[in-house]
Design a protein around this ligand. Structure first.
Ligand code: SAM
Ligand code: SF4
Length: 457
């Protein structure tokens, strides 16, 4: 039995794909690179923006053709898109056999046994599910909470992933230990809003901890003591990014000084229409506290450009905020209308050309700011986790504790190395192993490419 599993979307989908593959391996499946060779193809989808939905649509069309030619192919649509009316229409159109929402992935084995099956439940067993560690990996993800209690007006996630549910701390610690035993040196704690971990129902700043759960700050300290060299977390919602969390990061050596804090817009008027629950001033106060306690921390963000009703003035406020914070990098998106969200129901989308024109300006600014930030690292020693070969000849690829993409001269083995930063571009730090013979000449004589690694859709 041969399976092919495709993942569209975020790290949480990658984690779920790993869990699905582990379940399939448990019932005797092997995995093939080419879906033409598979008996079972599962598509784990994202629905946050239109682009990943289009990708899933195109791929399902191809699978339908293979199925029509061969007859014996089982197709499964899983994840966020499967949960939505839009995905269910696609499932019917492309004659999909298995449809499982993101809360029902634990039903994959019975679904395959039945051959045709669908479930859109949020199964309580998922809260207590731990996948086995990945084999031979140096980095791994660890989901600590699922779902989202917020209701940002543009966002489909509350409809696809349901309300927040946190996993028990003991299970998280056990999973972290098993990752460490498997040789993982960097673990990323995942959640739609990791810093809502262990909080009771609702939103805002006054939520209490659930009985028996540590706060997110306490959890960071607990996982930090396991002994894994690097610990990361994404994503944090600004409203619950409290001082306790910043202090826990400062006090816990394993926790990388990398904070991804999506702002979405610099304009209070737009933030209000987005229902983000904070103001520009509140957000900047969080940044101020981060800079005070973690002066070397990398700070990145998500920004949506062209939200309905965004004026040039509103957009200018995003640009001034960007300049004020001096982000190291950003994921910048054109607003993408999602069926059924409050923004799609109540607001009119603005012209695509206007969105793209603003996005281009924002990307230009981000490149300038990133270059300035990256140049601060030239001449300094950094710790680099090498993952393998890079797309540039003569360099291996890795990343610093601050999550800067690193091009390391030579071909050092996967793992953690000390290095000297010798050159910076907006998206990369070029490094040499500490103690290695100087080959700066080689770098000076080449014209270094400026690669855009910020995600743009
Ligand atoms: N929970 C995190 C937060 O609130 O900061 C973010 C999770 S969301 C899945 C990831 C990012 O997708 C968001 O930060 C936002 O920038 C982007 N996003 C969500 N809905 C979008 C939409 N309709 N159009 C464009 N970007 C969107
Ligand atoms: Fe979406 Fe907002 Fe929840 Fe983030 S906090 S997942 S943007 S609804």
């Amino acid at each position: 039995m041969r399976a092919h599993v495709v993942t569209f979307g975020c790290q949480m989908n990658e984690y779920d794909t790993h869990a699905i593959q582990s379940e399939l391996a448990g019932i005797g499946y092997s995995f093939v690179e080419d879906y033409h060779d598979a008996d079972l193809v599962l598509v784990n989808t994202c629905a946050v923006r239109g682009k990943p939905v289009e990708k899933a649509n195109t791929f399902l069309g191809e699978l339908r053709k293979v199925k029509q030619q061969r007859g014996n192919l089982t197709i499964g649509l899983m994840g966020c898109l499967a949960q939505l009316p839009e995905g269910q229409r696609m499932g019917r159109k492309f004659n999909v056999d298995i449809m499982l929402g993101p809360g029902a992935i634990t039903e994959i084995v019975p679904a395959i046994e039945k051959g045709r099956f669908q479930s859109f439940e949020f199964k309580s067993e998922l809260q207590f599910y731990s996948p086995p560690p990945p084999q031979g990996a140096v980095t791994a993800n660890l989901t600590i909470m699922r779902g989202c209690n917020h209701r940002c007006t543009y966002c489909i996630v509350p409809a696809t992933r349901g309300d927040e549910v946190s996993r028990p701390a003991a299970d998280i610690l056990a999973e972290a230990r098993s990752l460490q035993d498997a040789g993982v040196v960097e673990v990323t704690l995942l959640g739609q809003n990791v810093n809502s971990y262990g909080l009771d129902a609702g939103t805002g700043t006054r939520r209490k901890s659930l009985a028996g759960y540590p706060s997110f700050g306490e959890l960071l300290r607990m996982v930090g003591r396991v002994g894994i060299p690097r610990l990361r977390f994404v994503t944090s919602h600004p409203i619950n990014f409290d001082d306790e969390i910043i202090e826990a990061i400062a006090d816990t050596p394993a926790v990388c000084r990398y904070i991804h804090l999506p702002v979405q817009s610099g304009s209070n008027r737009v933030l209000k229409r987005m229902a983000r629950e904070y103001t520009r001033e509140y957000y900047l106060d969080r940044v101020r506290r981060i800079r005070e306690l973690l002066p070397d921390a990398t700070l990145t963000t998500d920004i949506i450009v062209g939200f309905p009703g965004e004026t040039e003035e509103d957009f200018q406020e995003t640009l001034t905020l960007y300049n004020e914070v001096e982000y190291d990098a950003a994921y910048m998106f054109n607003y993408s209308e999602r069926e059924g969200t409050p923004a799609a129901i109540h607001f009119d989308d603005i012209a695509k050309a206007a969105k793209t024109e603003r996005l281009t300006r924002l990307i230009e600014l981000s490149k300038q700011v990133s270059l300035k930030q990256n140049q601060k690292w030239v001449g300094r020693e950094v710790e680099v986790l090498i993952k393998g070969a890079s797309d540039e000849e003569g360099f291996a690829q890795g990343h610093t504790r601050g999550n800067h993409v690193v091009m390391m001269e030579g071909s050092p083995a996967p793992g953690i190395h000390q290095a000297l930063v010798i050159h910076a571009t907006p998206n990369r730090l070029y490094c040499r192993l500490s103690g290695a013979a100087a080959t700066t000449q080689m770098l000076k004589s080449r014209s270094l490419p400026v690669l855009q690694t910020n995600l743009v859709q």
